[in-house]
Ligand binder design. Sequence first.
Ligand code: WT7
Length: 700
Amino acid sequence: MAKGLEQGDSAPNEAHIAVHWREEQYIYPSPKFVGQAYLSDPAVNERFSMDKFPECFREYADLLSWDKYWHTTLDTSNAPFWKWFVGGRLNASYNCVDRHLEKYKNKAALIFVPEPEDEPIIALTYQELYNRVNEVAAMLRDFAGLKTGDRVTFHLPMTLELPITMLACARLGVIHSQVFGGFSGEACGMRAADSGSRVLVTMDGYYRSGRLIDHKANADVAVQVAKEQGQEIDKVLVWRRFRDKPASAAPMVKGRDYFVDEVLKEYVGRKVEPESMPAEAPLFLMYTSGTTGRPKGCQHSTGGYLAYVAGTSKYIQDIHPEDVYWCMADIGWITGHSYIVYGPLALAATSVIYEGVPTWPDAGRPWRIAERLNVNIFHTSPTSIRMLRKAGPEEPKKYNYHFKHMTTVGEPIEPEVWQWYYEVIGKGEAVIVDTWWQTENGGFLCSTKPAIDPMKPGSAGPAVPGIYPVIYDEEHNEIPAGSNRAGNICIRNPWPGIFQTIWGDPDRYVAQYYKKYNRDPKSKDWRDWPYFAGDGAMQASDGYYRILGRVDDVINVAGHRLGTKELESACLMVAEVAEAAVVPVVDDLRGRMPEVYVALKPGVKPSKHVEEKIVHSIETTIGKIARPKSVRIVPDMPKTRSGKIMRRILAAISNTMDIGDTTTLLNPDIVEEIRQMVQGKERLATKAGPEDIRRFGEET
Ligand code: WT7
């Protein structure tokens, strides 16, 4: 234990404090769950052992229907640009739709639950999904002129039209790039430009918290912003929320904007042959935030990705065709792509899509949906669990539903919140998997195998089959299990779901994810290219991983990444602002929230008006999800002698943590001044604080 102590430190260092948590008791899955589970034979560990890599992943690839079987499981000749199942050809839409028709054509593929409770629920059978995907594919090809390899940006809310349009693209080999519907038009336009999309697919409106949102207006901004970036969007295809009334006041631009339902009249009953795509052809882009301002378009493959999400949906989510599966994530995030659409549909599942917010109109809503639809597999984030607990701690008990399986994803879950999930939402009957992974990863990396490994609240569990994590310190030494020390979690080996590159920026792909621990940049051996995830973690002696949060300038808000640089540049767009620094602050419900510090230009007086302008700028450039917890206008920023803003100190102040030594700063006095502004005159007792905040914005 405690390497630091051996070296003669008497006081425990910060890393020790941060990682001292109580070991939780194991909780075992019920015999009923184990009895029906797809994966209950521990021999899986043997089948996916390191010496069977990469051939072990044949098992996942064999869940798919291939037009042409592949010859090389993993090609590492252009490391770290991995190629999986080389030589193989397949179509993702065929695999998620057509091949299920024989057995399941009358089974619900997707069930749409509108937010207004008096609107009817819509179940779409596999047959009807097939019809609609074909018609939309015909329209995208013949009306919008899209062809294999083109990119198309979606800015769609949670509706059936989103997976239908995704699958229509997949049918043509067109690369879709869905931007989270809650992001602003500007954020959408930037991403559309980056991907080189000339077609934007959107919807006129949707419901959120009881309000009908005018969404089409965002498309007009997106087209304008894309144009400023040099990307012409010549067609905007607008799905309509209602057939009998408009959901948006924004006018349609003649020759550019088209209502999809009107265009589709020409394509009724049309069929489109699924394009036989190489396994390595890109299936979609998913943008995510990084340490620099520009969002990264993570490029995911067709064969490797689909095999990986099918395999993990089957073994970790335990989705059988007869189950009713509901993941509350938004399809605009990777969780929705992998575990609402592609994974479940590849397995012929029934997947529920809910339009609105979980607590609308009250905290009983999810449980009414679960009861009515007989949902038996449930998937959500710690943030939603915390919100549901706060709004209705006794609500789940009032409803007659029974989950066999539940997932948590997106951020660390506190053991106490985990217990409530287990006891109250799960009624002590459902097994829980805490799944750790990222947009870049395609699918789960760490999780218990639900019928094999016991649960341990607050731990993501061991790695999933075929994944070999390792924790390195800054000097590339392995930190062993049970050492009680934290480090950077990496994955030793590539896996089929890993993204292929950052769209248009292969150098950044290598620099950000592989350079840190690469042993030889010329090596073609995957063993020399551990994947750097950017999360701090530690491994208990039983092999379970506990994820401690980001080690870079990324804030995980409600389970989603926001780059501080993106937020800061939004602040700097306000004319009065001279300098901006954004730091994470712990929030009871959302995990973390951004807190903004700004210094104003000489002569500008602090005012509510300036604060409001800053919040507005963040909301319009990124979206409401990025709304800061507070805006602090300070006289100056704490800076190093070389003039760098010390974000770590601001984060310590925001979170009442130990500020540390400030004597070497350019302007040490400002620290106490800011502390008093934020915390008040009295010195509050400082806390050790979580790992991701302790290290936040550290100068390296
Ligand atoms: C970051 C990835 C892919 C899921 C949705 C978020 C954090 C994710 C867990 C978990 C602790 C988690 C990590 C990761 N994270 N799952 N089970 N326990 N932390 O995707 O936006 O790409 O964010 O979310 O910090 O790096 P994302």
